[in-house]
Every structure is written in C-alpha cells, then in structure tokens.
Design a protein around this ligand. Sequence first.
Ligand code: UT7
Length: 334
Amino acid sequence: MSKLTAAITAVGSYVPEFVLSNKLLETMVDTNDEWITTRTGIKERRILKEEGKGTSFLAIKAAENLIHKKGLNAEEIDMVIVATATPDQPVAATAAYVASEIGATNAFAYDLQAACSSFLYGMSTAAAYIQSGRYKKVLLIGADKMSSIINYKDRTTCIIFGDGAGAALFEPNEEGLGLQDEFLRSDGIGRDFLHIKAGGSLIPTTEQTVKENLHYVFQDGKTVFKYAVSNMANVAAKIMERNQLEESDVQWLVPHQANKRIIDATANRMDLPSEKVMINIDKYGNTTSATLPLLLADYESKLKKGDNLIFAAFGGGFTWGSIYLKWAYDSKNN
Ligand code: UT7
C-alpha cells in the first residue's frame, strides 16, 4: 500500500470591501504612493471597517466560500485550525467559534500563532494529523484583522498591513500528492524587532501602556528585512536541493507577501522567472496569516494536478520555513 499523504483538496478566500489605497494613506501619514510602491510593491489593502466584527468574521467568510465551492457537508470536518495573530479575544479560541458558526459540529478546533508563518506552520500541523490516519478532513484557515493592531499614525507599519482570510481543506491522498517535505525554523532573537510590547503576560495592559501606544505592532523594518531576505531565500533553496528539484521542476513559488523585494530575492535564489511567482501584495498588502491561502485562491484556476509548489514564509518571532507540496486537483475553471 502506498504511503498516505496529505493533499489540499479545496481553497476559499475572503477580503473585506473597503480599499485603503496609497493615495488615501497620503492623507493620513507623511508618505507617498511612489515610496510605498518602490519599497514594498503595495498599492492598496483591504480593511474590515464594520464595528463589532473581528477576525472570526473574515475566517467564517473564507471557510464558507470553500464549503460552497467544494459542495462540502461541514459536519464531515474533523478539525478546524485558525492560524492567526489577531484572535477575536486573547482567551477563547477563535477557531472554536468559527467551527460552530460554519456548522462543523463534529470538529475540535484551536488557534495557531506564529505571526506571518502561522499558515505555513499550520500546513505542517494539518498534514501531520491527516498522515497519522486519525482524521480525514482538516480545515486550515489563515485569517487576520491586522487593522485592529496597527497604529494609523505610524507610517512605518500602517502602509504595510491589510485584513483578509483564506482557507484550505486537507484530505488523505493515495497518489502521493500533497505535502512532500518541510523545513521549518524559529529564532527567539526576533522578538525585539517585531512585536506588540504590551497586552500579554509579560506586560499586561494598563492605562500607561495604552498612552504609550504599546498595544500596537512595532517593527524595526530594516532589521526584519535583512533576516527575512536571507532566511526565506535560504530555506526555499534548501528544500529544492534536498528534493533534487531544478528550476524546471518547480511550477510555482508561493511566497509570504511582506515585501516585493523579499519575494524577488527568494525567486532569484531559486532561479525562478517571475511568471512562476504568485503575487498579490499589490492588492492586499501583508495580511499576515492570510497571505498564502489568499494566493492559492487567487491562482487556483491556473494550478494543475501534479504541479510542484514551493511555499516560503518569514515572520515575527522570528519564525520561518519552506514547504514542498504537490498540487492535487485541476480547477473546474482551467
Ligand atoms: O511579514 C513579517 C515580516 N516583515 C517583513 O518582512 C518586513 C520587512 N521590512 C520591510 O519590508 C522594509 O524594511 C520596510 C518596507 C518596512 C521599510 O523599507 P526600508 O527600505 O527598509 O526603509 P527604511 O526603514 O530603511 O527607511 C528608509 C527611509 C527613512 O528615511 P531616512 O532616514 O532615509 O531619511 C524612513 O524614515 O524611508 C523613510 N520612511 C518612509 N518614507 C515615506 C519610512 N517609512 C516611510 C513611509 N513613507 N511610509
């Protein structure tokens, strides 16, 4: 009998309607479209504006999109993982609420947090549950309402991030398709350079921490950039080498969308032409846990059964890694 592999068998996505363009940002902070475009590749991002809606709203919409497209009975889902850095609440897993709302009444659910690598790490977790033979349908959702933790007076962060969600269903595969290999890493040195300082157990929220804006994302962009550019390229090259993959064997690079320059550096290191690089940073900015599944949803119609995909991500912590996955289906639209 062939080894059981874990394949992605459906994807879904959701972005809120409100568009925060570079032009609009020019009216909010001291920045300009030219600087943002050349330094990051971002033109606009989506923001969830409605009061009383958190990350769960985005996650539910993405999951419902997947369920509808696949014609899936939600009661068959065994587990729901919500990869997120912005849970609805610090306590009470967002995933538990999401699972109930989408009708996954036979599932167990929890959140997974590894900043911008949350979805990548989640792929490893989802695949491991499937490969163990214990579960047949694992729904992995990457969702973040980044606008809830961004200071729109800080031009070094507010131009980068956006809100959104994407979902992927993992199921067993007996043709050898799905996740092939992974190379995941972390280094605690990173927490000084990209964090939210207050609101956790180390420095609980006080009136003072709020006054000092310590409940917002802080990023030392230059330092994070340096680590991201070398580490993302290194792991992507490593996973190709380890699996004896040449440029011609790889159909797609699926890179975390933090900065177009980091994506280009990774693609160059892999010798991949730009036509093989998934990109939507211009439309959504950095949606943290949602970048990878939003790419899959945007490019789904171009993907073919058997295509070799290399995922790569880098994020706060630091956390980073690369995954090699064989795509398992032809889209109905290609
Ligand atoms: O997804 C998680 C991981 N995160 C990342 O991978 C992000 C990594 N970092 C980056 O993408 C980049 O470092 C940024 C996009 C955040 C910044 O780009 P940079 O090329 O590293 O710019 P910088 O911070 O070195 O700033 C260059 C200049 C500075 O002015 P001076 O000192 O040269 O006069 C900044 O004050 O650009 C200035 N600047 C801006 N100017 C216009 C910084 N932010 C802005 C802005 N608009 N929004």
